[in-house]
Design a protein around this ligand. Structure first.
Ligand SMILES: Cc1cc2nc3c(=O)[nH]c(=O)nc-3n(C[C@H](O)[C@H](O)[C@H](O)COP(=O)(O)O)c2cc1C
Length: 362
């Protein structure tokens, strides 16, 4: 791998991610989810708790900063802001792709050791692309999470991005078997995550045999790599010309969560996999809707990046707002915590905004 090219690409991703043209906010499916208002909640707002059980641990909130920054030179400062604020508020932090660390055993070690000793209680997840798994000793992948003291390994899949990226590596042969093998050999849970195109029912059915700790849907509705890589590709290149045809490609976050719930809820208890929601989530109300549909953890990427670039205070205020929104949504649905929202029926209905969305109760 060309390290300089990797650094430049990561910088360009940060820059392009801030451009609203690379978002698909109208496509998340969230607008068709309605939470029933409870006019008589027998609760005190001050008693509402956001505490959440996930992967065998109790977290103060269900929230997670989705993977963005790890292996590029300006990432250390941003990682510091994310780590400090996440630890303070009880959010989990997913680091961005550690692919660069696969090239050199020592790469990243100092940065992660510093971060770990400064924030020993931070719940942090490592990150690697699925196309890096085949034909590589599993010990190398496991060492990424060991160096970081990570609570889980996030494996991201991003076929559209790799296919539209001029320097991408769109070879996904053997990735499903390699993922299965990683799950069998890892001491920490493995989480499979998309990057903004979600999961169809067909893909999810093929995952039922894989012992994942969680599936983070990262669906359509927010940052879109078809748009973003299209903008990055050299003008007049085939990647640039083709990208616009894929500007709305993917499975919505809402459809992905509903499909995952349907397909995985019948699984044996030994293979219970958590469903995590992300992709286009912007408020605590979005979070409440997805928790009502079955999600355990809730991930935000682009808006958290925007806030973090303005500093720790700005990120802290942004997080506080998301927490307060979720608390109010719990209060106004009459639920004292996220778990109650998840299990109480019915708390939400799908508003029939199109032919697919006949009114259904969950
Ligand atoms: C600048 C940037 C870098 C990203 N890098 C990674 C990455 O390295 N690994 C990964 O799994 N996802 C990566 N993502 C995808 C996000 O984790 C997330 O799935 C996606 O942006 C959708 O969430 P959003 O709509 O809240 O932005 C990145 C996103 C952004 C904005």
């Amino acid at each position: 791998m060309d390290i300089r090219q990797f650094e430049e690409r990561k910088q360009e991703h940060l820059r392009h991610a801030l451009d609203s043209a690379h978002q698909t906010p109208h496509l998340s499916g969230l607008e068709k989810i309605h939470l029933y208002h409870e006019a008589l909640p027998q609760l005190n707002l001050a008693d509402i708790s956001l505490e959440t059980e996930s992967l065998g641990q109790t977290a103060r909130t269900p929230f997670l900063i989705s993977a963005m920054t790890a292996g590029h030179s300006s990432a250390a400062a941003l990682n510091q802001v994310f780590a400090e604020t996440c630890e303070k508020r009880g959010w989990a932090l997913g680091v961005g792709s550690q692919r660069r660390e696969l090239e050199s055993e020592q790469s990243g070690v100092d940065q992660w050791q510093e971060l770990r000793s400064a924030f020993p209680n931070l719940n942090i997840y490592s990150n690697i692309g699925i196309s890096q798994l085949p034909n590589r000793p599993i010990s190398q992948i496991l060492s990424l999470s060991e160096k970081l003291g990570a609570a889980a390994i996030v494996v991201h899949t991003n076929p559209l991005q790799e296919a539209l990226q001029a320097e991408g590596t769109p070879d996904f042969r053997g990735t499903l078997e390699a993922l299965e093998n990683l799950c069998k050999n890892s001491q920490v849970p493995v989480i499979l995550k998309e990057t903004g195109c979600g999961f169809s029912q067909n893909t999810l059915k093929r995952l039922t045999r894989v012992k994942l700790g969680a599936l983070d849907v990262a669906g359509l509705g927010g940052t879109h790599w078809g748009r973003l890589e299209g903008a990055r590709a050299p003008v007049h290149s085939v990647h640039s010309r083709a990208a616009s045809a894929f500007a709305s490609w993917g499975e919505t976050t809402v459809d992905s969560v509903i499909s995952a719930r349907k397909i995985f809820s019948g699984q044996a208890p030994s293979n219970e996999m958590e469903i995590w929601a992300s992709g286009g989530l912007r408020t605590g109300v979005d979070a409440a809707k997805l928790i009502a549909l079955g999600a355990i953890r809730i991930g935000f990427a682009q808006p958290a990046l925007q806030a973090a670039l303005e500093g720790a205070d700005s990120l802290d205020a942004w997080m506080e707002t998301r927490e307060y929104e979720l608390r109010v949504a719990l209060f106004c649905t009459g639920c004292k915590n996220p778990n109650e929202l998840r299990i109480r029926q019915p708390v939400t209905r799908i508003v029939p905004t199109d032919k697919r969305a006949a009114e259904l109760e969950y």
